[in-house]
Ligand binder design. Structure first.
Ligand code: ACO
Length: 330
C-alpha cells in the first residue's frame, strides 16, 4: 500500500496583534499572570466579518505555492475547525468555492485541538487506498469573536487566538511520509472544556437567558485539562514511536499542539527531550486549536527545524476529550 507525504505547508494569521496588556484593559488580568501560567505574550485577532474560510484561503495559497500546485489539482478538502464561519454549512465548502477548486469533496471535522491530526489521518487513508491524489488538510480557528472579554471569562479568553495552517498530502515513497497516526477520544469528560450554547437539543437554541448566563462562551476546568494533557501527550508520543520501532532518541522534532507553554515544557521533561527538540510558538499566537499544529509545521519548515529525513512527532490533546499523534519521516 502506498504512503502519503506532506508536499506543501502554509500558514496565515490575521495582522492584528493583541498583547496581554491590551487584554488587561478589558478584564482583570495582567501580562505577568498570563506569561507565567501559559507563556503567551500576544495573539492575533481577525477583523469583524472575516471567517475561518478566509484565513484558510490565504494559508492554502501558500501551501499550494510550496507544492507547486494549483487549486484545480486538489481532489479532497478536509477542514478541521471548532469555529466554522456558519452554524451550517461547514467551512470546507466555502474554502472549495473561495479557493476556486473543482467540485471536489469537502469534509468538515469537529475534533477541536486534535482536529488537525484527525484530518491528517483521514487524508492519509484516502491516499493509501488510492481514492485521492492531492488532499488539502486545513486546521483553522477564529476564537476572538466567541470569547468572554469580561473578567468572568479571563481564564479561557487569555489563552486563545486566531489563525490557520494548511498542508497538502500526496502519495509518497515507502518508509517516508506519514508512518502512522493514533487517534483517541473519551466523551465522558466532554464538559471539562466546551461551549454549551447554541444547543441543538433545546428549543430555542439560543435565547436572551442563555446569552445573559454566558453559556455561548467556552467553559474550561483548567486544572483537570492541564493534568490530563500532560499524561496523554506523553502516552501518545511513546505509542507513535513504539508502533514504528523507534525510541525517543530517534526523534528529531516534537510538535505538540500549542495549548500552553507550561504543558509543552512539562511533557518535554517527562519524555526526557532536550528543549531544542520541542517546538513552541504559542508565545506569538496563543492557542489556535486546530490551527496550531499546521501553523507550527509551516514555521518549523521555514526555520529549518524540519529537514529532508527528519523524524517528527505531532501530538495533540483537547476538548472532546480527544487526543492524537502522528509520526512522520520527512
Ligand atoms: N488573569 C489573572 N488571574 C486569573 C486569570 C487571568 N487570566 N484566570 C484565572 N485567574 C485567577 C483565578 O480566578 C484564581 O484566582 P483565586 O485564587 O483568587 O481563585 C487564580 O488565578 C488561580 O487560578 P487557577 O485556575 O488555579 O490557575 P491555574 O494555575 O490552574 O492556571 C490555567 C489556569 C492557565 C487555565 C491552567 O489551569 C491551565 O493552563 N490549564 C490548561 C488549560 C489549557 O491549556 N487549555 C487550553 C485548551 S485545551 C488544550 O488545548 C489542551
Amino acid at each position: 500500500m502506498r504512503n502519503s507525504r506532506i508536499i506543501g505547508a502554509g500558514m496565515f494569521v490575521p495582522p492584528k496583534v493583541v498583547t496581554n496588556d491590551d487584554l488587561s484593559k478589558l478584564m482583570d488580568t495582567s501580562d505577568e499572570w498570563i506569561v507565567e501560567r501559559s507563556g503567551i505574550k500576544e495573539r492575533r485577532y481577525a477583523e469583524d466579518g472575516v471567517g475561518v474560510s478566509d484565513l484558510a484561503v490565504e494559508a492554502s495559497k501558500k501551501a499550494l505555492a510550496q507544492a507547486g500546485l494549483e487549486p484545480k489539482d486538489i481532489d479532497l478538502i478536509i477542514f478541521a475547525t471548532l469555529s466554522p464561519d456558519y452554524y451550517f454549512p461547514g467551512s470546507g465548502v466555502l474554502l472549495q468555492h473561495k479557493l476556486g477548486c473543482r467540485d471536489i469533496a469537502a469534509i468538515d471535522i469537529r475534533q477541536q485541538c486534535s482536529g488537525f491530526i484527525y484530518g491528517l489521518s483521514i487524508a492519509d487513508q484516502y491516499i493509501k487506498t488510492g481514492q485521492s491524489e492531492r488532499v488539502l488538510v486545513v486546521g483553522a480557528e477564529i476564537h476572538s469573536c466567541g470569547l468572554d472579554f469580561s473578567t468572568r471569562g479571563r481564564d479561557v479568553t487569555v489563552l486563545f487566538g486566531d489563525g490557520a495552517g494548511v498542508v497538502i498530502l500526496a502519495p509518497g515513497e515507502a518508509g517516508k511520509g506519514i508512518l502512522s497516526t493514533h487517534l483517541h477520544s473519551d466523551g465522558g469528560h466532554f464538559d471539562k472544556l466546551w461551549t454549551p450554547a447554541p444547543m441543538a437539543c433545546r428549543h430555542p437554541r439560543l435565547s436572551h437567558e442563555i446569552l445573559d448566563q454566558g453559556l455561548h462562551y467556552p467553559i474550561m476546568d483548567g486544572k483537570f485539562i492541564f493534568k490530563m494533557a500532560i499524561g496523554k501527550f506523553a502516552e501518545i508520543v511513546e505509542d507513535a514511536l513504539r508502533a514504528n520501532g523507534y525510541t525517543l532518541e530517534d526523534l528529531d522534532l516534537f510538535i505538540p499542539h500549542q495549548a500552553n507553554l507550561r504543558i509543552s515544557n512539562m511533557v518535554g521533561k517527562k519524555l526526557g527531550l532536550p528543549d531544542e527538540k520541542v517546538f513552541n510558538n504559542i508565545q506569538k499566537y496563543g492557542n489556535t486549536t486546530a490551527g496550531s499544529i499546521p501553523i507550527a509545521i509551516s514555521e518549523a519548515l521555514e526555520q529549518g527545524k524540519i529537514k529532508e529525513g527528519s523524524l517528527v512527532c505531532l501530538a495533540s490533546f483537547g476538548s472532546g476529550l480527544t487526543w492524537a499523534s502522528a509520526l512522520i519521516r520527512w
